[in-house]
Design a protein around this ligand. Structure first.
Ligand code: MG
Length: 387
């Protein structure tokens, strides 16, 4: 059993949306395909991956370093004992050969795309859906039948007023979501409060059904002021108030804001995530951790992150991955996490879940197909197959 060919292509996932920090008009992603010498149904067995959203395609790193390392490895270096399947941990070690520790940058995004394809392959060779394989290897044996998902949207858009925001969020409720998230921090506080109140107007005034996301925009005084202003609403969570690497800011904010804070989507390694829970004032049982396995060296590293966080006293239900993709959903179901993000209609075709499985009461099921389930999402699989 060996890897025959690895291909990468940069594809657009541009959207005419903006958060408090960036607009997504030129966003791209890498799609990778790892082809093996195994044959299933007359075709070479192939694993697919991509690098979530928000960090652009990683074509240079993939083509210059990581794909050549994978192709130069001896076939048996990539396999589990007995040679029955690929071993993602051994593949990961090959990919990271001659990489110094620390300073993770965006190589974690490149490795994450390949690691996703490796796990897709491993589950396909085992002839199981990834969520089932993960529950058997690392969970309690049986995956969750459904995963709690929330609709992330509420972006800023030129000319979009409160009526436009409400219309968008009502659309998510109509799709079966019960909890929604909206962007904040891109306009003055009084304007954001008016947007939040408009959103609460269609949620029966129930703050536990609304999260807000500042995308790292605030300094500490602004973050504290914003927190004090929204505290009376009792929101589901207050996300990425300040710079994702400013652990002291998060810790100080947690001293003044008594409700749930969420962060972690821009931490790309086990060591960074562990520093957050050690030094960022994150409160077990209250706060939410959003590391995205696809952006942060893949599921192989995410398993180490999970172990590190549990060792610091956190329950895995505190983890709700960023990204709104099928990989995160399979991991959440298989490992028993607290939920998964979802971007209805945005970041297509990478965002969203299997065709024909609707969200119901804020929960979504998973397809029983081998691998991550890309073959059950026609628009995404068409892009992958072309690669
Ligand atoms: Mg966010």
């Amino acid at each position: 059993m060996r890897v025959v060919e690895v291909r990468e292509r940069a594809v657009p996932i541009a959207s005419q949306i903006a958060n408090a920090y960036i607009d997504f008009g030129k966003m791209t992603a890498s799609v990778v395909a790892i082809e093996t010498d195994l044959v299933r149904d007359g075709s070479p067995l192939t694993g697919y991956g991509f690098n979530s959203n928000g960090r652009y395609a990683q074509s240079g790193l993939l083509r210059e370093r990581f794909i050549p390392r994978l192709l130069e490895a001896e076939p048996e270096e990539l396999l589990e004992a007995g040679g029955e399947n690929f071993d993602p941990h051994r593949v990961w070690a090959v990919l990271m050969r001659n990489e110094k520790p620390g300073g993770h940058g965006e190589r974690s995004v490149a490795v994450g795309a390949l690691d996703m394809a490796v796990w897709d392959l491993v589950a396909k060779i085992a002839a199981k859906p990834l969520h089932r394989l993960l529950a058997e290897r690392f969970g309690d044996g049986e995956p969750a039948a459904t995963v709690s998902v929330y609709a992330a949207g509420g972006y800023y858009h030129p000319g979009k007023d409160e009526a436009g925001l409400v219309e968008e969020l009502e659309g998510y409720l109509g799709l079966g979501y019960t909890t929604v998230k909206m962007k904040v921090g891109g306009v003055p506080l009084t304007d954001d409060l008016r947007r939040i109140e408009a959103a609460l107007g269609i949620l029966d005034g129930d703050g536990s059904r609304l999260a807000v996301d500042a995308n790292g925009r605030f300094d500490l005084p602004t973050a504290v002021e914003f927190g004090a202003a929204i505290e009376p609403y009792g929101l589901r969570w207050y996300e990425e108030a300040g710079d994702p690497l400013d652990y002291q800011l998060n810790a100080r904010l947690a001293e003044s804001y008594p409700l749930c804070l969420a962060t972690g989507e821009n931490l790309f390694s086990m060591q960074d995530a562990r520093n957050l829970v050690r030094f960022g004032g994150v409160r077990p049982g209250l706060d939410v951790l959003q590391m995205d396995p696809a952006l942060s060296y893949g599921l192989t590293e995410y398993l180490r992150t999970l172990a590190a966080i549990e060792a610091e006293g956190f329950d895995r239900r505190s983890l709700v991955p960023h990204g709104g993709h099928q990989f995160g959903l399979a991991i959440a179901a298989g490992l028993g996490l607290g939920g998964n993000e979802s971007y209805p209609g945005v970041f297509q075709p990478f965002g969203g879940f299997a065709d024909g499985i609707a969200v119901k009461d804020g929960e979504v099921g998973l397809p029983e197909v081998p691998g991550i389930g890309f073959e059950a999402k026609a628009d995404l699989f068409a892009v992958m197959e072309a690669v």
